[in-house]
Design a protein. Sequence first.
Length: 108
Amino acid sequence: MTVGKHVVSENVTRNIPVTREEAVIERRPIAEGTRTEPGAFGQQEPIHMNLMREQPTAQKITVPREEVTVHKRTEAGTEPITQQLRREEPYIIREGDVQRVDQTGIHH
């Protein structure tokens, strides 16, 4: 009796769950005289900053025109991946027998 193994290869496609982070920018007008202090980027809390514009008057002054908030949003989805997978299949050849029997008992 001879015992051995052979390698079976097959291409398999699976959907793999993935997440990604996106920056979300919200813009809204602010009330005159209202200001927020900017934060450091990369923190978990939103970042607030004032955008300025020049407003003509008897003299030119810089006034806040809108507030911008930046925060992270996590998106979840799936992406297909195709990979060649290999596995070993055992076989048995009996003496004087030309048939091969695999692990499922099927004769080849």
